[in-house]
Design a protein around this ligand. Sequence first.
Ligand code: 8YV
Length: 334
Amino acid sequence: MSRRAAVLVARGVFPEVLERLVQHFDVEANADDSVWPAAELSARLLGKAGVFTTGSERIDAELLDAHPQLRAVCNMAVGYNNIDLDACTARGVLVSNTPDVLTETTADFGFALMMAAARRITEGEHFLRAGQWTKWSFDMLAGAEVHGTRLGVLGMGRIGQAIARRGALGFGMPVIYHNRSRLDPAIEQQLGARWVGKAELLREADHLVIVVPYSPQSHHLIGAAELAQMKPGATLTNIARGGVVDDAALAQALRDRRIAAAGLDVFEGEPSVHPDLLTLPNVVLTPHIASASIATRLAMANLAADNLIAALGCGPQAGRPPTALNPQVLAAQP
Ligand code: 8YV
């Protein structure tokens, strides 16, 4: 009988990362990268000590209760709203995420999405491909200015700060931000960023970028009332999570030109997208790819694997998973 722990890799992953896991564990992989329904995920977790997850797997109390042998849930994402962290901690299950390795890549993408929305880049491409570009016109696809305008950041964690840095240092943008906690004044000074209340952020930002984690508290943080406070020429970019923005209200605001444009990488109920958004020209839509550079996705997968290997007592960091969210549970594990 095998004495190696059994682990489940719930989605497709780089072969070299799978190979690393195979060196330590009996691995059940997901060869065709299916998104397993909850019942199938649960069936496959039978007998597994650890699971490598992504944002598409929901790990809740009911699932944990069905699998008392489970000791580690290692998510290949910085966001972990798919995992009930408290329920895991209460049952002694280690949870990890993948911070830091994706910060700059995700900030690059957020900035690109904001610029694409402001400067109407995808709208211009569709126009050109549709053969509509027959002459130059003085106001053809004229959009919103970016450099020197006021950048608003909602949620000033690692990725928010990286976006602020791009705006301040690269584009000469004064930065305002809103966050539950204020940054250290020295960091504020480095970023040229000023803390403001949410109402002032909405009122004063020319380009609002949303980078707050999803939680019941941040559900529909931006809805019709908030959109109504924004400048008519402003843009809104969401690279955080679907559900932070009320997509139906945003579609209405974009249709009414209450704001100029939006860039969205995340959606309520994704991969479904609110049908109204699909019909609007003034929104740039991307399929949750802000962290998707090859190097960063590989770093995220390797970090999730490092955590799983260490959490289950293997490898050079045995017992010390590098980015555990509840490391205190390890002390209590047998
Ligand atoms: C992931 C993300 O690609 O890290 C996150 O929180 O949203 C993305 O980088 C996605 O969650 C898949 O796990």
